[in-house]
Design a protein around this ligand. Structure first.
Ligand SMILES: *Cc1c(COP(=O)(O)O)cnc(C)c1O
Length: 387
């Protein structure tokens, strides 16, 4: 086994007769057979030959193999988006009468899938708070609980959940532990080490890291991935080989990018923490963070997101966005370019004030996805906008 960083660079589709150095891109919807017998064997699952790109494709497989190695998983399947990875992991493994236990601080569309669509199939759910104690997690388990689902750090509250505690509870009850590792990425934390059976990703964010393509992936236990693969190959959320090629190239620089995102973010957080226009600031690797102890145990660095709450609420948030000169206002995160967002007036505007409070979205909350620009330039833009 080589190091994670080397795997992300050196895992590669077998070289073709052209002897290319960078992997070729396999933009093909189907694959050929030499004869009827080979084709029969492939369809009978007696060989691993590629048949059709909804099932498998070399470019997609290269990206998947890298993610399996990075997360320390047994197997994986790549999908068209993060949401198809998340929903595929639910739909393939949960059935009528099962109960899904999730943390309430989760990505908006994931909440929609859980609360609006799973009930249509008779799948129950309930939520626990991000800061729930071990006793509260235990009390939330029901006889029919089949899966525990969470994100850490959460978006946009940046709460840190104790994966080793929750992983232990899942194991004791024989429940599938499914972690969305989008915010941290495998270079920062490895959920499987804390008992996760499945790890899902939106590859659209840090994994691509340059805001170019949508993608997703789920990795984990072989028996579970097999079910997800069979579900997805029939229902069709296959990752485009073009996007897979882009994402595989992105992974080659993931380690160095994430290190710089995190060091820039830590610097920005330290410089802004005591700013007079800011009520509170959250960054997992600042000692002031409420879950700092767990953060430094399970994460290698604090990640690339910094959140702060402006004095002056919703109006102050809107004014701050309007005053920014360099930072982008866009519905993405995990990009080379720094991005500012104001959840209360945008992504979470449809929630009631009480619902926003429940997931720590205060009216003046600003989320910064810290990019790879020079840290002084990022800080300068934020400071002038705060002024
Ligand atoms: C963006 C995001 C998703 C969904 O991913 P898409 O690629 O947009 O479908 C899921 N989870 C988290 C934490 C995200 O930030």
């Amino acid at each position: 086994m080589s190091h994670q960083q080397t795997d992300a660079i050196r895992i590669q589709t077998a070289r073709s007769n052209e002897m290319e150095h960078s992997t070729a891109m396999f933009l093909t919807s189907s694959f050929c057979f030499d004869n009827a017998e080979e084709m029969r064997a492939a369809f009978a699952d007696e060989s691993d030959d590629n048949i059709y790109s909804r099932f498998s494709n070399p470019s997609v497989q290269e990206f998947t193999d890298k993610m399996v190695a990075l997360e320390g998983a047994e197997a994986g399947y790549a999908t068209a988006s993060g949401m198809s990875a998340v929903s595929g992991s639910f739909m393939a493994l949960l059935k009528q009468g099962d109960h899904l236990l999730a943390c309430n601080s989760i990505f908006g569309s994931t909440h929609t899938v859980i609360a609006k669509y799973l009930p249509k199939f008779g799948i129950e759910h309930s939520y626990v708070l991000a800061n729930a104690s071990e006793a509260e997690w235990r009390a939330a388990i029901r006889p029919n609980t089949k899966m525990i689902y969470l994100e850490t750090p959460t978006n946009p509250g940046l709460e840190i959940l104790d994966m080793s505690m929750i992983g232990r509870i899942a194991k004791e009850h024989g429940v599938i532990f499914n972690v969305d590792n989008c915010f941290a990425t495998p270079v920062n934390q490895l959920p499987i080490q804390y008992g996760a059976d499945l790890v899902v990703h939106s590859a659209t964010k840090w994994l691509d890291g340059q805001g170019r393509v949508l993608g997703g992936v789920v990795v984990g236990r072989k028996d579970l991935i097999k079910e997800i693969y069979l579900f997805c190959r029939s229902t069709g959320p296959a990752l485009s080989p073009f996007n897979a090629w882009v994402l595989s190239k992105s992974l080659e620089t993931l380690d160095v990018r994430m290190e710089r995102h995190a060091s820039n973010a830590l610097y920005i957080a330290q410089q802004l923490e005591n700013h007079p226009a800011i009520n509170t600031l959250r960054y997992p690797f600042l000692p002031s963070h409420p879950h700092h102890t767990i953060a430094i145990q399970q994460m290698k660095n604090g990640g690339g997101i910094v959140c702060f709450e402006l004095k002056g609420g919703i109006e102050a948030g809107r004014k701050f966005l309007d005053a920014l000169k360099m930072l982008s206002l866009t519905a993405n995160l995990g990009d080379t370019r720094s991005i500012a967002s104001h959840p209360a007036s945008t992504t979470h505007s449809k929630l009631s004030e009480a619902e926003r409070q429940a997931v720590n979205i205060t009216p003046g909350l600003i989320r910064i996805s810290v990019g790879l620009e020079n840290r002084e330039d990022i800080l300068k833009d934020i400071l002038q906008a705060l002024g």
